[in-house]
Design a protein around this ligand. Structure first.
Ligand code: NAP
Length: 334
C-alpha cells in the first residue's frame, strides 16, 4: 500500500531543540474529503516564521500548532489527486501544506494557487516569485516608502528575504547597507549584490558603523528585531521608517523581550514603525509577481538557493535559518 512520510510536532521545542520536538512518521496515503487536494511535494520551503507556530503563544498572527499534528509549511508540487473543481491532476501549485511527501490541502484555507509552468527554474516560485519576493517588495515600497537616494538598512541581509530586499532596494535607486553574521557573508553581500556596506553584526560595532552613514538610515527593513534594533534606532534619519518584517531573534520563546532601549528615538526622530505580513496582501500577489517576474527576466534580481535532499533531512535544513548556515532561500527537495 502507498505510504506518506511527514513531520509531526510532539511538544513545544525549548530554545534550539527543535529536533527533540518533532518526529518523522509514516502513514498510509491519506484519503481526501470533498474540497481537498493531495499535493505531491517537489520542494518544501523552510521559513523562519514557522518556529513561532511551534510555541505556545496565542497572540501571534498564527495560532499555535496543535501537538500531535503534522508540521505546517509552504509546499510547491503537483496535484496528485483532486476533489476540488479548481484543481486537476498534474497542476503545479504552491500553498500552505505540511512538511510531508504528500500534503492534504484545502485550497481556500491555505492560499493554494496554480503557478506559472513557463518559469524555467520552478524553485523561483519560492524565490523571486514567492512570498519572500512579495514581502521584500511590499515592505520596501508600501511600508517603508523607499525612494531613490534613500539609505536603506536590511537585517538578515544574506537570507531569503534579505537578499531580495537588498536587490529590490538597489533597483529602487537606494544606497544599501546590510547586516549579516560573519566576514564571509559580508564579503558576499558586497561583491555579489553590490551593496554599499555589509556590517558583520557578530564582530563589528554596529552602532559605530551606522553612525558613519551620512544623513542616517531612511528605511530599516528589519527581519530580526532583538538587540540590533537598539543600535539602529539612534542612527535613523529624521522621519525615517522601520518596516518590521520579522523577529527572528525572538521566535524561540514567548517573543516578549524588553522593548527597545532607545524607544525614545521614535519620537525624537519622528519615526514610523510598522509591521507588515504577506498574507494580508495576497490579493495583490499577481501584481507583485508581475513586477518581480519582469526584473527576474531582465536579470536584475535573483535568489541563491540552499537545497537539501530528502524529507528525512528537513531539520538539518531548518536549523540553518537559526544558525546562519544559509545564503538565500533554504529548500528541501522531496
Ligand atoms: N512579514 C512577512 O510577511 C514575512 C514573510 C517572510 C519572511 N518573514 C520574516 O523574514 C525573516 C527572514 O526569514 P527567512 O525565512 O527569509 O529566513 P532567512 O533570512 O533565509 O534565514 C535566516 C537568517 O537570519 C539570520 N539570523 C538568524 N538568527 C538571527 C539573529 N538572532 N540575529 C540576527 N540574524 C539572525 C541568519 O543569518 P546570519 O548569518 O546573518 O546570522 C540566518 O541565515 C524572518 O523574521 C521571517 O519571519 C516575514
Amino acid at each position: 500500500m502507498a505510504s506518506n512520510r511527514f513531520w509531526q510536532l510532539n511538544r513545544r521545542p525549548v530554545d534550539d531543540d527543535v529536533s527533540g520536538a518533532l518526529s518523522l512518521e509514516t502513514e498510509a496515503m491519506p484519503e481526501l474529503a470533498d474540497g481537498q487536494v493531495l499535493v505531491k511535494a517537489v520542494y518544501l520551503s523552510m521559513d523562519a516564521g514557522t518556529r513561532m507556530w511551534m510555541t505556545e503563544r496565542e497572540d501571534s498572527y498564527q495560532p499555535p500548532l496543535e501537538l500531535g499534528t503534522k508540521m505546517v509549511g509552504l509546499v510547491l508540487g503537483h496535484i496528485a489527486a483532486s476533489r476540488h473543481a479548481g484543481f486537476a491532476e498534474g497542476d503545479l501549485v504552491r500553498g500552505f501544506g505540511q512538511w510531508a511527501e504528500h500534503a492534504v490541502i484545502e485550497p481556500e484555507l491555505s492560499g493554494l494557487v496554480k503557478v506559472d509552468t513557463g518559469i524555467s527554474d520552478i524553485k523561483q516560485h519560492f524565490g523571486v516569485l514567492g512570498f519572500n519576493g512579495w514581502t521584500a517588495l511590499w515592505g520596501l515600497q508600501e511600508t517603508a516608502g523607499v525612494e531613490a537616494g534613500h539609505n536603506v538598512l536590511v537585517s538578515a541581509a544574506a537570507g531569503a528575504t534579505g537578499v531580495l530586499a537588498c536587490q529590490i532596494a538597489k533597483i529602487l535607486g537606494a544606497n544599501i547597507y546590510g547586516l549579516a553574521g560573519g566576514p564571509d557573508k559580508c564579503r558576499w553581500l558586497e561583491s555579489q549584490l553590490g551593496i554599499a556596506q555589509a556590517i558583520d553584526y557578530k564582530n563589528d560595532d554596529i552602532a559605530a558603523e551606522l553612525a558613519k552613514v551620512e544623513g542616517g538610515i531612511d528605511a530599516y527593513f528589519d527581519n530580526v528585531g532583538g538587540p540590533i534594533l537598539d543600535d539602529v534606532l539612534p542612527n535613523m534619519a529624521l522621519y525615517g521608517r522601520v518596516a518590521l518584517c520579522g523577529l527572528l531573534a525572538q521566535y524561540k520563546g514567548d517573543g516578549r523581550g524588553q522593548g527597545p532601549e532607545h524607544f525614545d528615538q521614535i519620537l525624537m526622530k519622528r519615526l514610523r514603525v510598522e509591521g507588515f505580513f504577506s498574507p494580508d496582501f495576497m490579493d495583490q500577489g499577481e501584481r507583485l509577481t508581475q513586477q518581480l517576474k519582469e526584473w527576474l527576466e531582465q536579470g536584475r534580481i535573483d535568489t541563491p538557493f540552499d537545497v537539501t535532499d530528502g524529507i528525512e533531512n528537513v531539520l538539518t535544513a531548518y536549523d540553518k535559518l537559526f544558525t546562519g548556515g544559509n545564503i538565500g532561500k533554504v529548500l528541501v527537495r522531496i
